[in-house]
Design a protein around this ligand. Structure first.
Ligand code: PLP
Length: 398
């Protein structure tokens, strides 16, 4: 019989993802309610005054927080082992708020070069406009991280595995460099998912997600989350979000909340297929290189095994013959769709050089190993044998 004295924090992760953070209304609904409201009614003027003063913890206005978003945030905290979280309208809103909330003119940031294209825009173009220059480093070269530190360095930023070439950065090592220099470390944990890697346990101060990816898992809505200690969120994130307004809609928060319930089942199944597909691709003569974190031939295999519980749901690979053959191959696929999301139940093939990383130009792409033959494959929930047949048919055209 279940021990009723156990608190949610003692539950195992799969249980937390189904139950943590639920707030039931007076109707005792089984599935969490979606509260579509911009505001809240106060019983009297004194209550309104107390809420605005922060003496009463109730909701005030949906831009500041709402019950559905709060349930999603609490469930994310339980999963991540974080003290506090705030949800946002998209993953990019989460990344931007985590940066802008901490920085002011005169500060400096250091970021890994291998970042998602829009994240590179934020650190390379947006922040310098507000007086915050950025030094970009090779994320796997720890001497470069160290050498980039300045007395005014406030934030270090990385994603691991990186998008799209699945490079693995030692989070603990970068966190140590950040803290020794009085800076914080922000980790974009989208590719690992909260199930396979826990950046806060590895020393990061803040974790950000595009919930649009695995957390939704069915390609329906955009959302993001920022997680950290109560102090981090209160000091750097809370007011920035409240006053600038990149809030998640209650509907999107509800979709994400329900998405978390099936996250472990989906990610485990998609990862099993990704492992099989990585091995299949590595054995094909038309494939020049396969990148998958837990394969022994991955350049940072040892770090992946140390800090991740699995290799994830994405496989990157180079086909021989560059862009022409990559296009020919992808245009032949029928089950696997050409698109640019990851973590979806539907398999998705992306050509980063002409889509997600087109903006950074050929020189920057070459520097981070994105060639014209590189494809990023987000493995879905379809039967793996159908996926392998689809890939085989595509490869046969090369
Ligand atoms: C690593 C990474 N970070 C952030 C984002 C941004 O997320 P969103 O599209 O939800 O704004 C994406 C994808 O779009 C991503 O792949």
């Amino acid at each position: 019989m279940a021990d009723k004295t156990k608190s949610p924090k003692d539950w195992r992760p799969a249980t937390r993802m189904v139950h943590a953070g639920s707030i039931r209304s007076q109707f005792g609904e089984m599935s969490e309610a979606m509260f579509l409201t911009q505001g809240f009614v106060y019983p009297d003027m004194e209550s309104a005054e107390a809420r605005f003063k922060g003496e009463d913890a109730g909701f005030i206005y949906a831009r500041y927080g709402s019950p559905t978003a709060a349930m999603f945030e609490q469930r994310m905290c339980a999963l991540e082992g974080a003290e506090a979280a705030r949800s946002t309208a998209s993953g990019m809103a989460a990344v931007t708020a985590a940066m802008m909330g901490q920085l002011r003119a005169g500060d400096h940031i250091v970021a890994a070069k291998a970042l998602f294209g829009s994240c590179r825009y934020v650190v390379e173009e947006l922040l310098p406009r507000f007086g915050v220059p950025c030094t970009l480093v090779d994320g796997t070269d720890y001497a470069q991280w160290q050498a980039a530190m300045r007395p005014n360095t406030k934030v270090l930023f990385l994603e691991s595995p990186t998008n799209p070439q699945l490079e693995i950065i030692d989070i603990r090592r970068v966190a140590d460099i950040a803290h020794a220099g009085g800076a914080t470390l922000v980790v974009d944990n989208v590719f690992a998912t909260p199930l396979l890697q826990s950046p806060l346990e590895l020393g990061a101060d803040c974790v950000v997600y595009s919930a649009t990816k695995h957390i939704d898992g069915q390609g329906r809505c955009l959302a993001g989350v920022i997680l950290g200690s109560e102090e981090f969120i209160t000091t750097h994130v809370h007011n920035f979000l409240r006053q600038t307004g990149p809030s998640v809609s209650p509907f999107n928060a509800w979709v994400m909340l329900k998405g978390l319930e099936t996250l472990p089942v989906r990610v485990t199944q998609q990862m099993r297929s990704a492992e099989k597909i990585a091995d299949f691709l590595a054995a094909q003569p038309q494939v020049a290189r396969v990148l998958y974190p837990t394969r022994k031939d991955h350049p940072q295999h040892d770090i992946a095994m140390k800090q991740m519980k699995g290799g994830g749901t994405v496989v990157a690979f180079d086909v021989k013959g560059g862009k022409a053959e990559a296009f020919r191959f992808a245009n032949t696929l029928s089950i696997i769709k050409i698109s640019n999301n990851i973590g979806d139940a539907k398999s998705i093939m992306t050509h980063p050089a002409t889509t997600t990383h087109q903006r950074i130009g050929p020189a920057a792409r070459a520097e981070i190993g994105i060639g014209d033959g590189l494809l990023r494959y987000s493995v879905g929930l379809e039967d793996v044998d159908d996926l392998i047949e689809d890939l085989s048919a595509g490869l046969a055209t090369i």
